[in-house]
Design a protein around this ligand. Structure first.
Ligand code: ADP
Length: 455
């Protein structure tokens, strides 16, 4: 109120002064009438000025936000009541704009966080139309977030189980979907909120596969144990119920012992696998001499073969391997024992070692046994996978040996490679990475034979 009054006063005073000036210019006395007339003229000018300012304020206020920042923008009144109003409006508008921007930033922050989620998030409006979805949901449901916006979800996601799930409206449990577009299995759950729905999706392909592996594993173990257990319990029944000669009894006890040993071997291999899966990672600073490792494996092979095979050792440069000595030995032992078991008597088995160009080490166990058909090669390291179950059992095999070898190599950052040709023989290689190999200062030279200790 102070500004309008002072402004009016200013105009009136200026008017009165002008009246006095006019009177003196016309050589008249500066009378009260002249002053009053001047003041009235000043008040009228104030009124006219006020109207012009209001017009300007109104035109300024009417221009859109885009126009306001454009080159032809109207300037707000700077003085008087209109100037004051324009100043306050502009100030409030800027504050409002700032708060909108900060809300927008927060929204963008939340949306980008949801977008980064490994789970799918899909928002449906009250008509079950797609409102928004994050990247994962777009992948899971094969959606285009822009093109499919405001499309009925059941027109786009055409999985029958999903449509039935939405129609039934029972959202307590998740539904599992298998989509042809998304190569995997999805667990989807709906949470109604406000008038819309939140559809959450999760890729459960790996979890499902692990669950299936666990089921297969339990089934395999049960199957493996059931046969010897059935044999042993049958023998016990026979021994308890039928009188028999000492030699028959001895024969039966011998067969029972074989079956018991088989169960023991399976349990021992299962425990080894469990230890490998749950145990601490092999050290990087405990070194094992590679030649001595191979010599020990050759020794075990000779003991197993009992002179039935020609087992030789061909070592490459002297080197040391970092890791768990017992695990590395068990891996090489498994390969050597397989070579002895599957290669007919008189066969040749060579245990070799060479350096890779990158500085790693490859340990090879080669035999001239029956070989393995190519279709079996990719599955040989699976648990309980055998080419010929009968033959494997005959040789005391558990079907877990190569699986143990693969685990040991994985734990040491290495890998297993199998080359084989039917009728010609097989070569099993274990490759250890350069980080686990230390060269001796005096290399022996590739291909040089190292005398293995004889039994
Ligand atoms: P197993 O206890 O049956 O030997 P492994 O996992 O050690 O189990 O081997 C899996 C299968 O691979 C064996 O059953 C056998 O059929 C095949 N196999 C492994 N080593 C050889 C080999 N040196 N020569 C031929 N077949 C082999």
């Amino acid at each position: 109120m102070l500004i309008p009054l002072s402004f009016l006063g200013l105009f009136c005073t200026a008017g009165a002064a002008l009246g006095a000036l006019c009177a003196s210019t016309l050589n008249q006395d500066v009378s009260a009438e002249a002053l009053l007339l001047g003041a009235l003229a000043g008040a009228l000018s104030h009124q006219l000025y006020g109207c012009a300012q209001s017009e300007r304020l109104s035109a300024w206020a009417k221009q859109s936000i885009d126009q306001r920042s454009g080159p032809r923008a109207l300037r707000a009144p700077q003085v008087g009541v209109s100037g004051e109003i324009a100043y306050r409006v502009e100030k409030n508008y800027r504050a409002y704009e700032r708060s909108i921007r900060s809300e927008g930033d927060r929204l963008a922050f939340f949306l980008s966080a949801i977008d980064a989620s490994p789970n799918g998030v899909l928002l449906l409006n009250a008509h079950q139309e797609i409102d928004w979805c994050n990247r994962t949901a777009a992948l899971h449901f094969a959606l285009d977030p822009v093109r499919d916006r405001l499309q009925p979800v059941t027109n786009i996601v055409r999985m029958p189980e999903f449509i039935a799930y939405l129609r039934e409206g029972q959202f307590d449990d998740a539904v599992t979907l298998r989509s042809s577009r998304f190569a995997g299995k999805l667990a989807v759950i709906v949470r109604p909120y406000g008038e819309g729905m939140l559809v959450l999706s999760q890729d459960v392909t790996e979890r499902d596969r692990a669950e299936q592996m666990r089921r297969d594993f339990v089934a395999n173990v049960s199957h493996e144990m059931r046969t010897p257990l059935t044999v042993v319990s049958g023998f016990i029944e026979t021994l308890a119920s039928i009188p028999m000669s000492d030699s028959d009894r001895q024969g039966m006890l011998g067969m029972m012992e074989t079956q018991t040993q088989r169960m023991q071997a399976i349990v021992a291999d299962l425990l080894t696998l469990a230890e490998l899966e749950g145990g601490a990672m092999p050290p990087l600073d405990v070194w094992t001499d590679c030649h001595s490792l191979l010599a020990r494996a050759a020794d075990t092979g000779r003991g197993l073969s009992a002179g039935g095979h020609d087992i030789s050792l061909q070592s490459g440069p002297l080197c040391e391997l970092a890791g768990a000595d017992s695990e590395l030995l068990s891996a090489v032992d498994n390969l050597v024992s397989n070579a002895c078991r599957y290669t007919p008597p008189g066969g040749v088995i060579v245990i070799g070692q060479r350096m890779t160009p990158a500085g790693g080490v490859v340990i090879e166990v080669t035999d001239n046994g029956p070989g393995i058909a190519p279709e079996h090669l990719p599955r040989l390291t699976e648990r309980f996978y055998r080419v010929d179950s009968g033959r494997s059992r005959e040789h005391g095999g558990t079907g877990l040996g190569l699986s143990i070898v693969k685990h040991v190599m994985q734990r040491h950052g290495g890998r297993v490679d199998i080359q084989s040709e039917l009728g010609k023989g097989s070569c099993f290689s274990l490759e250890l990475p350069p980080a686990r190999v230390r060269r001796d200062s005096q290399p022996v030279g590739a291909g040089q034979a190292v005398q293995a200790p004889t039994r």
